[in-house]
Ligand binder design. Structure first.
Ligand code: CTP
Length: 413
């Protein structure tokens, strides 16, 4: 990576998050949420219930937010605390949300600070349930959740499947992970009218072109740029489909992931999705060629001999082959990874593949290209001068690209 220091992004600067923590073992994970949101610039007011304090001490939260932790409905401050919190909040997130909390919130109870704040706020409310799987499956818990979601418009995130508390086995009931909670909070804070309710399609990752059942021809793409774009578009309020070749990355939160292997599979998946896409972003590093013959048995060294010649045949160009299927008025973004004459090649791709925007990068530049968390790109469009961006993280590059897409999207239909 380049030695240039990257300034941490603080997208939630001056935004207020009320983080309610109720009494479940997952409460320890909420310290991470409070810390990360603070680092992203938010002012995080943590509200702990009495039971939450049996799991995590207020001091842990205070240490990561630098703000007093709130535990008492009846505080000595001038105006009523719950009214101030409710008014100031840009989002209220309750994580973990226990069965008891869900029951109290569903009934509009006002018996502690977090439930009272919920009654006083008009901000979006995000609830992240966490409990034993048998408790979660109980019809009363389900009814309470249904009420919060359907009648009150609360966003319910999780629970996930996985290991529960010690000796409780596995099942749906586990709180979603801190990074996922942060993405949901981000979606509540980062809503962008240009993207709200829009269908966004992103291709990402490498493709694998089978040679035989165990070998393939591929490339070094990690998928990072495409995954960052998919996550960022989701945070802005879009409905996102991510057509991805094999990638080791965690699937982005909230995104429909369509996993494919080869260029042909990617073309087929894109053909299904692109007619409805308001925005299509081709970030995948598609293999241009595949072995002419994919053998159904492993190629043995003994039979291949001292030299093995591979014959490759051209793959479909996913962006070009699906061009006629594009939605009218949709915005289409392509990428170009070049090693020489970057801008000239990029301009040719912009034109030949009928992209609205083309994100060009030089694979030989420091901090750009495959398998690094940063990128240095130039954005081309058919109707303006190329814009050269500084070295940025791929998350930041994603935001820059989406800002430019937003400017090109017409009013939602
Ligand atoms: N692309 C695609 N299908 C392919 C090849 C590329 O959809 N079979 C898309 C990429 O996702 C990218 C753009 O086309 O948005 C340009 O990809 P790139 O690999 O840079 O260009 P190629 O067309 O493969 O040209 P070349 O290899 O000659 O640079």
């Amino acid at each position: 990576m380049s030695g240039a220091a990257l300034v941490p992004r603080r997208p939630w600067k001056d935004r207020h998050v009320v983080l309610g923590v109720t009494g479940g073992i997952a409460a320890y994970k909420s310290v991470q949420v409070a810390r990360d949101l603070t680092r992203l610039g938010a002012e995080v007011d943590v509200v702990l219930t009495a039971s939450a304090q049996r799991f995590v001490a207020p001091m842990s939260f205070q240490g990561v937010t630098g703000r007093p932790v709130l535990t008492d409905l009846f505080s000595p401050e001038g105006g009523a605390l719950h009214i101030r919190l409710g008014r100031e909040a840009d989002v209220v997130c309750v994580a973990p949300a226990t069965a008891d909390f869900l029951a109290r919130a569903a009934h509009g109870r006002a018996d502690d600070l977090i439930c009272t704040t919920l009654l006083a706020t008009r901000a979006p409310v995000l609830v992240c349930p966490a409990m034993n799987d048998r408790m979660f499956a109980h019809p009363q818990v389900q009814a309470n959740l249904g009420h919060l979601r359907d009648r009150l418009g609360y966003r319910i995130a999780g629970p996930a499947e996985g290991a529960l508390a010690v000796a409780e086995g596995e099942g749906p009931g586990r709180m979603i992970e801190p990074w996922q909670i942060e993405e949901h909070v981000g979606r509540a804070l980062g809503e962008d009218p240009a993207f709200l309710g829009r269908a966004v399609l992103v291709t990402a990752g490498p493709t694998r072109e089978a040679l035989d059942p165990v070998r393939y021809v591929g490339n070094r793409s990690s998928g990072r740029m495409g995954y960052a774009l998919a996550q960022a578009a989701w945070r802005r309020g879009a409905h996102v489909s991510l057509v991805s070749g094999p990638s080791a990355l965690e699937p982005p939160e909230g995104v429909d992931l369509v996993q494919v292997e080869s260029a042909v599979e990617m073309r087929d998946a894109v053909s299904d999705l692109i007619p409805a896409a308001d925005v299509s972003i081709f970030a995948a590093a598609v293999a241009d060629y595949r072995p002419a013959e994919a053998r159904d048995r492993k190629v043995k060294r003994g039979t291949a001999g001292a030299e093995l010649t591979l014959t490759l045949t051209a793959n479909p160009d996913v962006a070009v082959d699906t061009r006629k299927l594009r939605k009218e008025g949709g915005v289409v973004v392509g990428f170009a990874l070049e090693t020489d004459d970057v801008l000239e090649h990029a301009a040719t791709k912009l034109r030949d593949k009928a992209f609205d925007l083309l994100v060009a990068n030089d694979a030989t530049a420091e901090g750009a290209g495959f398998d690094v968390p940063t990128n240095r790109v130039t954005i081309l469009s058919g109707d303006g001068a190329p814009e050269e961006l500084p070295l940025l993280t791929k998350d930041e590059v994603a935001e820059e690209i989406l800002d430019r897409v937003a400017g090109r999207l017409g009013a939602p239909t």
